[in-house]
Design a protein around this ligand. Structure first.
Ligand code: FAD
Ligand code: NAD
Length: 481
């Protein structure tokens, strides 16, 4: 017998659970299937983000940042600390508590909104039918009016560094270390490499990051990438660019890593090696051969601008479709799809997706870099304000970095905001809102910001676009008539 739901969502990560909740809010009978189980074998909601991604990594980033503040910087502001020590086990327990609180929260949201959570693996069949295989192996077939695929992504592996249970690990393993490794190697100086490399560096590891590309953070603003590389190296992250890993093997002494750098074969021995070379869509076993849903050339589920697949009534959202692999991007897609199923016509603004790297200082941006805007042929103008001139940042002893705005030279329309600095993740939201509302740099310059705040740097950078910043000397002062 077939069960009947208006909507079945496969995957309960930020894309899937948001889609399911919004569908239920819109009055659809909704089921959300998820295969994930926690360490105790019990089903968990929340996907990568809550269980093995955003949240546990931020718990460790915040804890390790506080440790470094206390160890290295409290003295600078007249606070003496003694007896400071790292208790990794306790840190991990707290991280798990934070995760559990949030994943249980999704279960409460499902209950409160009337979403039926189904534990097991879902497979899309033809005709908007879904086969649900429970954790006990039983299979049942469900029928839906609409299906939303939100299967997320999994870490990529590379042949020279096959994972082992304990020594060569992916990001999930790197969130679980029970002691601070003395020597840590990381393959990939991307978001995960920098965030998790920072966590363990702050807690005391010697960290070497091997990055295959010759450029550091090629997607970021060039000035910010340059400044950030210098700052991170100063923090003790030994970042090697243009380093191609050719092999990694576990030995008694640790993990022996071989890599090529500047044309020469190099060797390195570490206690743990994190492989952080990107993620790939998690579509294995998701689609029956006759489901009609196609993958694109990179293995993502092929969708249009509104996350519709080629099969009527089947959508796909989040990391398993094109675009940045970010929790908030998936959430927006999930909500958009729910509303489109209900007959509304919202769209996701892919030009205004914020990106954040939670190092310290943080790196955050939205929209185009100066280089991309210039390459696209638009005449651009920029304004930048350093946190070294921000009263609030100086008072907080946290004055490294800059806010940079990119605007269209003719229309003054905001094209991008790039932040390297304290709380960049929060500050960048102002650029996102500005871009959503088609703000000009002048609009931001005419807006009043509370003093003293870090956000004043946005105001000054906006004024700087027109050469009118007050708290720095403008490069080319252009007095307004
Ligand atoms: P996922 O969160 O991957 O969820 C997919 C769910 O679907 C999983 O629970 C999976 O078990 C389930 N599933 C898959 N296939 C099936 C099936 N056939 N049947 C049933 N269930 C299935 N992003 C940010 O925006 N900010 C951050 O700070 C951030 N930090 C991160 C840190 C780390 C270490 C990692 C690894 C990722 C981080 N990300 C971050 C990325 C973020 O976690 C993902 O972009 C986000 O989780 C994607 O959401 P999703 O719902 O598409 O997929
Ligand atoms: P990434 O794409 O950010 O970085 C991977 C890095 O590894 C790249 O710099 C790449 O050049 C390098 N690389 C690839 N193959 C290599 C090799 N063989 N040797 C050496 N270097 C190699 O991927 P990631 O850091 O694994 O993160 C995966 C995804 O998760 C990203 O898309 C990211 O958006 C998401 N994520 C987001 C956040 C956040 O928003 N703060 C945090 C973590 C992860």
């Amino acid at each position: 017998m077939s069960d009947q739901y208006d909507v079945i969502v496969i995957g309960a990560g930020p894309a899937g659970y948001a889609a399911a909740i919004r569908c239920a809010q819109l009055g659809f009978s909704t089921a959300c299937i998820d295969a994930s189980v926690g360490r105790d074998g019990a089903p968990v909601l929340g996907g990568t983000c809550l269980n093995w991604g955003c949240i546990p990594s931020k718990a460790l980033l915040d804890a390790s940042h506080k440790f470094v503040e206390a160890k290295d910087h409290f003295g600078e502001i007249g606070l003496e600390v003694s007896g400071l020590a790292v208790d990794v086990a306790k840190m991990m327990v707290r991280k798990e508590q934070v995760v559990k609180g949030l994943t249980d929260g999704i279960a409460s949201l499902f209950k409160g909104n009337g979403v039926t959570g189904l534990a097991g693996t879902g497979k899309l069949l033809a005709g908007r039918r879904v086969a649900l295989q429970g954790h006990d192996g039983t299979v049942e077939e469900l029928q839906a009016g609409s299906v939303i695929l939100a299967a997320g992504s999994v870490p990529m592996e590379i042949p020279p560094a096959p994972l082992t249970p304990d020594r060569i690990v992916d990001s999930t393993g790197a969130l679980e270390f029970q002691a601070v490794p003395e020597r840590l190697g990381v393959i990939g100086a991307g978001v995960i490499g920098l965030e998790l490399g920072s966590v363990w560096r702050r807690l005391g590891s010697e960290v070497v990051i091997l990055e295959a590309l010759p450029d550091f953070l090629p997607m970021a603003d060039r000035r910010i990438a340059r400044d950030a590389l210098k700052v991170f190296k100063g923090q003790g992250l030994d970042i090697r660019l243009g380093a191609k890993v050719t092999g990694a093997e576990v030995a008694d002494s640790g993990v022996r890593v071989a890599f090529e750098e500047d044309g020469a074969e190099q060797r390195l021995t570490v206690d743990k090696l994190i492989v952080a070379v990107g993620r790939r869509p998690n579509t294995a076993g998701l689609l029956a051969e006759d489901s009609g849903v196609a993958l694109d050339e990179r293995g993502f589920i092929a969708v249009d601008d509104y996350c519709a697949t080629a099969v009527a009534g089947v959508h796909a959202v989040g990391d398993c479709v094109r675009g940045p692999m970010l929790a908030h991007k998936g959430t927006e897609e999930g909500v958009m799809v729910a509303e489109r199923i209900a007959g509304f016509k919202p769209a996701v603004n892919y030009d205004a997706v914020p990106n954040v790297i939670y190092t310290h200082p943080e790196i955050a941006w939205v929209g185009q870099t100066e280089a991309v805007a210039t390459d696209s042929g638009a005449p651009v103008k920029t304004g930048a304000f350093p946190f070294a001139a921000s009263g609030r940042a100086l008072a907080a002893n946290d004055a490294v970095g800059v806010v940079k705005l990119v605007a269209d030279a003719e229309s003054d329309r905001l094209l991008g905001m790039h932040v390297f600095g304290p709380q960049a993740s929060e500050i960048v939201a102002q650029g996102v809102i500005g871009m959503e509302f088609d703000a000009s740099a002048e609009d931001l310059g005419l807006t009043m910001f509370a003093h003293p705040t870090l956000s004043e740097a946005v105001h000054e950078a906006a004024l700087g676009v027109a050469g009118r910043a007050i708290h720095m000397v403008n490069r080319k002062a252009k007095p307004k008539a």
